[in-house]
Write a protein that binds this ligand. Structure first.
Ligand code: IMP
Length: 428
C-alpha cells in the first residue's frame, strides 16, 4: 500500500495523533487535508508530550516532508508560533509545505466565530472558537483569501480591502468594532513575508509524488460525525474529515487512496453540543473521563462520554470505505465489569441501523445495547492479540462482527510502543 489515510470515525479525539505519529515513520510525506487549529494532536514519545494543532505529525521524523493541503484553513500567526516551538525543541521544519490554495484564517474570523456563537445563544454549536466556520464561510462566499494572496503584497492589498469591507458590514451588524484596513494590511503583509518560505503549489507536488508511487500518509483531523455533510448537522465542523474529501482537498486523483484506517476509540466522546445517543452521565462517566484524560487539547473542555456506538462506526465505514479499524484507548476500559456496545437504534418501535439526516429524528433514537463481560487484567504491556484477556479479545471481535470491518491494530496506552499492529496498512 502506498497511500494510507488516518480518519477519525467518531466525533474527533479518537487518538489519531498517536496512530499518525506511529505510521508517519513509514511514510515519506505526511499530509493534513482539512480543518485548521481547531484540531489538537497530542503525541508522547521519549517521555515528552507534544501538542500540534496545525502542523502534520510527520514533523517529528527527520526527512519526512509535511504538507498542509489546499483544503485547510490556516491562521498564519498560529502556524508560525508552532514552527518556533518545534524549532526551539530541535525539530527540522525545512520540509514543511503550505498550499498556495489553503485559506488564510484572519483574526476577524475568530471575532465572528465568537459573535455567531453568542447570537445563537442556547442553539450554539460549541465551536472551538478558532474562527474555522467563518473562514470556510468566506471561502464559499468567494471573499476569502488564499495563502497565495497573503504572500503577494499587491494581491493581498486588493483582496483584503474587499474582504474588510464585507467584514465591517458583518461586524457592524453585531455591534462590534469595525476593522481598520491599514492596520489589518500591515499585520498580514508582515505575516505574509514570514510565510513565504513555506507557501508553494502543493497540489502539483503531490500529483508527481502519487505518480512516482511515494508512500504518503494523509492525516485527518476531527471525526466523521463532525463532517459538514454526513455528520450531525448543524453540530459539525465546516469541512469534511472523511477520506472522500482528500482527492479534492489535495488536488490528486480519486484513485490515489489505497487504504483507509478508521480510528475508533474503545468508547465514545464528543465535545461541544449536539446529539450523542450513547452518552453516559454520573459517576461512571466521570471515572472514564478521568481515566482517559478526556479534556479537549485545544479548549480544555471536559469531553462528553458514552459507550461505543457501532452505528456510528458503520456510517463512517460505509461512506469512507474504511479498510480496517485502529481501536484506541482499550486500556481505559480495564476494570469495567460490564461493557455495553450499541448495535442498533430503536425509533418509533422499529430497529434502525443507520444515521438519519435530521437532528430532530436522531435525538429521538434510543440506543439498543449488547452487554459484554469486562476484564480486570492489566493490558498495557500486550504485544499481540493473544496477550489480551479473553474478554478484551471478545470485545474487539464484537466490533469486527458488528461493523464487518477487520481490526488492523489496537492501542493499550499513550506511548508509541503500546500499539499492537495486526495488519500494517503500508505493507505491500
Ligand atoms: P469548529 O470546528 O471550531 O467550528 O467547531 C465545530 C464543532 O466541532 C464543535 O462541536 C467542536 O467541539 C467540534 N470540533 C472541532 N474540532 C474538533 C476536534 O479536533 N476534536 C473534537 N471536536 C472538534
Amino acid at each position: 500500500m502506498k497511500r494510507v489515510v488516518i480518519e477519525g470515525s467518531q466525533w474527533g479525539d479518537e487518538g489519531k495523533g498517536k496512530i499518525t505519529d506511529y505510521f508517519s515513520q513509514k511514510a515519506k510525506i505526511v499530509v493534513r487535508f482539512q480543518g485548521g487549529n481547531n484540531a489538537g494532536h497530542t503525541i508522547v514519545f521519549n517521555g515528552q508530550k507534544y501538542a500540534l494543532r496545525l502542523i502534520p505529525s510527520g514533523i517529528f521524523h527527520k526527512g519526512t516532508t509535511c504538507v498542509m493541503a489546499s483544503g485547510m484553513v490556516i491562521n498564519p500567526e498560529a502556524f508560525l508560533e508552532e514552527v518556533e516551538v518545534l524549532k526551539s525543541a530541535g525539530f527540522d521544519t525545512s520540509k514543511l509545505m503550505v498550499s498556495d490554495r489553503a485559506s488564510v484564517l484572519f483574526d476577524y474570523h475568530r471575532t465572528l466565530d465568537g459573535a455567531n456563537e453568542r447570537a445563537l445563544d442556547k442553539g450554539k454549536i460549541g465551536t472551538t472558537g478558532r474562527g474555522i466556520g467563518p473562514c470556510y464561510t468566506d471561502k464559499s462566499a468567494r471573499i476569502g483569501l488564499r495563502m497565495g494572496d497573503l504572500v503577494n503584497k499587491t494581491t493581498l492589498e486588493k483582496r483584503l480591502k474587499n474582504a474588510v469591507e464585507f467584514k465591517n458590514r458583518e461586524l457592524k451588524s453585531f455591534g462590534l468594532e469595525e476593522l481598520n484596513f491599514k492596520e489589518v494590511f500591515k499585520k498580514y503583509s508582515a505575516l505574509g513575508e514570514k510565510m513565504k518560505p513555506y507557501v508553494t503549489d502543493t497540489a502539483t507536488f503531490l500529483q508527481k509524488e502519487v505518480k512516482k508511487g511515494t508512500k504518503i500518509l494523509f492525516e485527518g483531523a476531527q471525526g466523521a460525525m463532525l463532517c459538514l455533510t454526513y455528520g450531525t448537522y448543524p453540530y459539525v465542523t465546516c469541512s469534511s474529515p472523511m477520506a472522500n474529501s482528500i482527492p479534492l482537498s489535495c488536488g490528486i486523483p480519486c484513485s490515489s487512496i489505497d487504504y483507509v484506517l478508521g480510528i475508533a476509540k474503545a468508547y465514545t466522546t464528543r465535545v461541544g453540543e449536539g446529539p450523542f445517543p450513547t452518552e453516559l452521565f454520573g459517576d461512571f462517566a466521570d471515572e472514564l473521563r478521568e481515566r482517559g484524560h478526556e479534556y479537549g487539547t485545544v479548549t480544555k473542555r471536559p469531553r462528553r462520554i458514552g459507550w461505543l456506538d457501532t452505528c456510528v462506526l458503520r456510517h463512517a465505514g460505509a461512506i469512507s470505505g474504511i479498510s480496517g479499524w485502529a481501536v484506541t484507548l482499550l486500556d481505559v476500559l480495564t476494570g469495567v465489569d460490564e461493557i455495553k456496545v450499541c448495535d442498533k437504534y430503536v425509533y418509533e418501535g422499529k430497529d434502525v441501523y443507520t444515521i438519519p439526516a435530521t437532528l430532530e429524528e436522531y435525538e429521538a433514537y434510543e440506543p439498543h445495547y449488547i452487554t459484554l463481560k469486562g476484564w480486570k487484567e492489566d493490558i498495557s504491556k500486550a504485544k499481540t492479540f493473544e496477550d489480551l484477556p479473553k474478554n478484551a479479545q471478545k470485545y474487539l471481535k464484537t466490533i469486527e462482527k458488528l461493523t464487518g470491518i477487520p481490526i488492523a491494530l489496537f492501542s493499550v496506552g499513550p506511548d508509541r510502543k503500546q500499539t499492537v499492529v495486526l495488519t500494517d496498512p503500508f505493507a505491500d
